[in-house]
Design a protein around this ligand. Structure first.
Ligand code: CFM
Length: 482
């Protein structure tokens, strides 16, 4: 019982799962794997959670409104339905924008149709019209609207598509119905897909920019400017001589989305949330796409070369210059932090991309990721994850609260990187923790600007003397009670 080990073992996993009823145990066992020599990525993913087990997943509304649409700054995104979804998703993701709030950027604000009982009984279409009209009157510079449906809208069968159509004529800005009711699908992942499809159907290709498409014109896709990530990534691409025409969707604009078919190449950071639109643009407009990774100097260097190889010698030369320019700066950061972080073990549990994408950044600091997992990844994500992992590391899909708590407590990493739902559980136990969704009020972590901040933050968490001074509240309680 309570097997504590240096390295994850099959026995330990079995022991953790043994508290479940037989059926749940069997189901969950398929979602957990220990990578060893020659193991393939046989792990179950993207299927519904086991009822009764506590999942960390979000919903389709979170994936569509919070993730994909929310960061487009010059639109108003209406959380259509009861107040809670809009209120609780307000500002938490830290997708930053530039521009005067209420004039050029509406992202820091929250708009909702605030359904009440009578709207559920009699329908909310009239109210939605009123909300759109009011918002346009209050904020005349708004460039468009998205209507992001919450659960009840789908359940009562409101026709938001026809409201959008009518109001589009009246208000003369794009109005996009997004059918992202939370109950659709099994995680936020379907919300991404629904949101991608809505962009495809209502914005993409609806506008032509007058200038010719230049040979170095690209889109930056799947970067949401968490803590300023887009600005840092963009800087590298621009220094390489590329022209970043649009960003999907961090600090993004309606015009950018509409004219996004006018580029030579799509560069995609978050594959999970935006692979759909890349594949669509490839099929429809013949635009190739390329995955890259701007976390930590090793991956950045590799990515710069991979991106530059798509272009001519001018860009390739500039790419090498960028690498040469930043190499000593990054080495300084490594020299400063590596001696303090060398050999420290990390366990991660995040959404659909970062559990694999940040591994290289930790390794640059001499740290070792001994466990990682996703809330809502698909098979194609796990295919990309296994090669990044060392042997004898544990990989968990849609880990339950019990599993993550147990894996962490038995493997005793020096740092846990996960979300706000996990944060206080581990901090109260005295385990150093970093919030790897919102970067814990910090960031950016992308690019050359992000790495020094990433290194500093991990060091702050691990080296803080606080952890040895705290005692888990339940342990104190026990002592008092004897
Ligand atoms: Fe992509 Fe993201 Fe992520 Fe994601 Fe998310 Fe996020 Fe995430 Mo939180 S789009 S999959 S749905 S990289 S909000 S910015 S951190 S779970 S790993």
């Amino acid at each position: 019982r309570n097997i504590v080990s240096e390295r994850p073992t099959e026995e330990m996993v079995e022991d953790v799962l043994s508290v479940y009823p037989e059926k749940a145990r069997k189901l969950r066992a398929k979602h957990i794997a220990i990578k060893d020599e020659g193991s393939t990525c046989a792990i179950k993913s993207n299927i519904k959670c086991v009822p009764g087990l506590m999942t960390a997943r979000g919903c389709a509304y979170a994936g569509a409104k919070g993730v994909v649409w929310g960061p487009i700054k010059d639109m108003i995104h209406i959380s259509h339905g009861p107040i809670g979804c809009g209120y609780y998703s307000w500002g938490a993701r830290r997708n930053l924008t530039r521009g005067v709030v209420g004039v050029e950027s509406f992202s820091p604000m929250m708009f909702t149709s605030d359904f009440s009982e009578s709207n559920i009984v009699y329908g909310g279409d009239k109210k939605l019209e009123k909300v759109l009209r009011e918002a346009k009157e209050l904020f005349p510079s708004v460039k468009g609207f998205s209507i992001c449906s919450e659960c009840p809208v789908g359940l009562i069968g409101d026709d938001i598509e026809s409201v959008a159509k009518r109001m589009n004529k009246e208000l003369e800005v794009p109005i996009v119905p997004v059918r992202c009711e939370g109950f659709r699908g099994i995680s936020q992942s379907l919300g991404h897909h629904i949101a991608n499809d809505a962009v495809r159907d209502y914005l993409l290709g609806k506008k032509e920019r007058p200038e010719e498409v230049g040979p170095y014109d690209i889109s930056l896709i799947g970067d949401y400017n968490i803590g300023g990530d887009v600005w840092s990534s963009k800087k590298i691409l621009e220094e390489m001589g590329l022209r970043v025409r649009n960003v999907w969707t961090g600090d993004g604009t309606v015009e950018g989305m509409m004219a996004a078919h006018q580029v030579k190449l799509n560069l995609i950071h978050c594959y999970r949330s935006m692979n759909y639109i890349c594949k669509h643009m490839e099929e429809t407009y013949g635009i190739p796409w390329l995955e890259f990774n701007f976390f930590g100097p090793s991956k950045i260097k590799e990515s710069i070369r991979k991106i530059a190889a798509q272009f001519d010698e001018t860009i390739q030369k500039k790419g090498e210059e960028v690498i040469a320019k930043y190499e000593p700066i990054m080495q300084k950061v490594i020299d400063q932090y590596r001696p303090r972080l060398e050999g420290k073990k990390v366990m991660l549990f995040i959404g659909g991309l970062r559990p694999r994408h940040v591994i290289g950044a930790y390794e640059d600091l001499g740290m070792e990721v001994i466990g990682t997992g996703y809330e809502f990844a698909h098979k194609d994500d796990y295919d990309r994850t296994f090669p990044e992992m060392q042997n004898q590391t544990i990989i968990y899909d849609d880990a339950t609260e019990h599993e993550l708590d147990q894996f962490v407590n038995r493997l005793r990493p020096d740092l846990v990187g996960s979300g706000v739902k996990e944060k206080y559980v581990f901090q109260k136990q005295g385990i150093p923790f970093r919030q790897m969704h919102s970067w814990d009020y910090s960031g950016p972590y992308h690019g050359f600007e992000g790495f020094p901040i990433f290194a500093r933050d991990m060091d702050i968490a691990i080296s803080s003397p606080t952890w040895s001074l705290t005692k888990a509240p339940w342990k104190i309680d026990k002592e008092v009670r004897g």
